[in-house]
Design a protein around this ligand. Structure first.
Ligand SMILES: C[S@@+](CC[C@H](N)C(=O)[O-])C[C@H]1O[C@@H](n2cnc3c(N)ncnc32)[C@H](O)[C@@H]1O
Length: 262
């Protein structure tokens, strides 16, 4: 019934030339309408939206398309472009790639900028998220055992999924293992840009502790899950870490992510 209502509303709004966006709350159903046509960023032919969709198609992830994700990856693209354009003397890294959507987008940006160093990608490739700690729990994020298991498996992917999405990029280095197990293999490198998207407290904190000291001045870290109520641990890890550093910019986006510029 809800689906029929939703489909009819989408069609009705489309006939009026409007795009509708829906958001489901955890405890009740809340439908939010928003005319995306008023923002040129979300038109299909905007270059960043086109790359967002290309990445979804290459990674076989069209089914995850949603408005907050569009916003986050729109911002991510700008940060990756900035780091590539400034030609900061360092490499690129991503912690948490799933099936390669964001990794594809970053790789495409690097190709456009003639990047000739390495893009290092870290993921467990082993049944999704690692175990949650008490830092990953909040009243909003309370889950049954079954819900936690479902969420963990939701983020499963294989190294072959990633390779398939990133075929043709010759600067990719993939590290399979639980963070921070394989960080030591890049401990002597310096970084211009790091995308941290591991959802949980401990791997987010481990990634910041490892990469921030190795970030070049002007280098950028984007943390994807900052401010997301379902993943409170990511925000806790960032807040805890940034209290002890003197970065030149800390910016919290309104759609669930943050930027740390050294
Ligand atoms: C939200 S997904 C990443 C999404 C991806 N960046 C994208 O844009 O499609 C989170 C990823 O983090 C990985 N992950 C979570 N905890 C991890 C840990 N402790 N070590 C390694 N990988 C982890 C999961 O395997 C999953 O692929």
């Amino acid at each position: 019934m809800k689906q029929i209502l939703k489909t009819s509303l989408v069609k009705g709004f489309a006939m009026l030339g409007l795009q509708a966006e829906f958001h489901k709350k955890k405890h009740d159903t809340d439908i939010v309408f928003f005319d995306k046509n008023t923002l040129e960023y979300f038109q299909q032919d905007h270059p960043r939206m086109a790359l967002y969709r290309e990445g979804l198609a290459k990674s076989g992830m069209e089914w995850v398309d949603n408005f907050p994700l569009q916003c986050r990856l729109f911002s991510l693209q700008q940060m990756a472009e900035l780091a590539a354009r400034r030609n900061i003397d360092g490499e690129f890294a991503e912690c948490g790639c799933w099936k390669g959507h964001s990794a594809y987008i970053i790789s495409k940006i690097l190709t456009r900028h003639g990047f000739s160093r390495s893009f290092h990608i870290f993921d467990s490739f082993e049944g999704g998220l690692s175990d949650k700690t008490s830092e990953d729990v909040s009243d909003y994020a309370r889950q049954t055992k079954e819900e936690a298991e479902f969420e963990k498996n939701w983020f499963s992917s294989t190294i072959d999924d990633l390779k398939k999405a990133l075929v043709g990029f010759d600067f990719i280095e993939i590290y399979k293992g639980w963070i921070p197990e394989r960080f030591h293999e890049v401990e002597h490198k310096r970084f211009a840009f790091v995308h941290v998207d591991v959802d949980l407290y401990q791997p987010t904190l481990d990634s910041l502790k490892f990469f921030y000291p190795r970030l070049m001045p002007g280098g950028i870290i984007v943390v994807d899950d900052y401010g997301y109520s379902v993943f409170p641990g990511a925000k806790r890890a960032v807040d805890e870490y940034v209290r002890g550093i003197d970065c030149s910019l800390f910016y919290e986006t309104p759609m669930g992510s943050c930027f740390i510029i050294k």
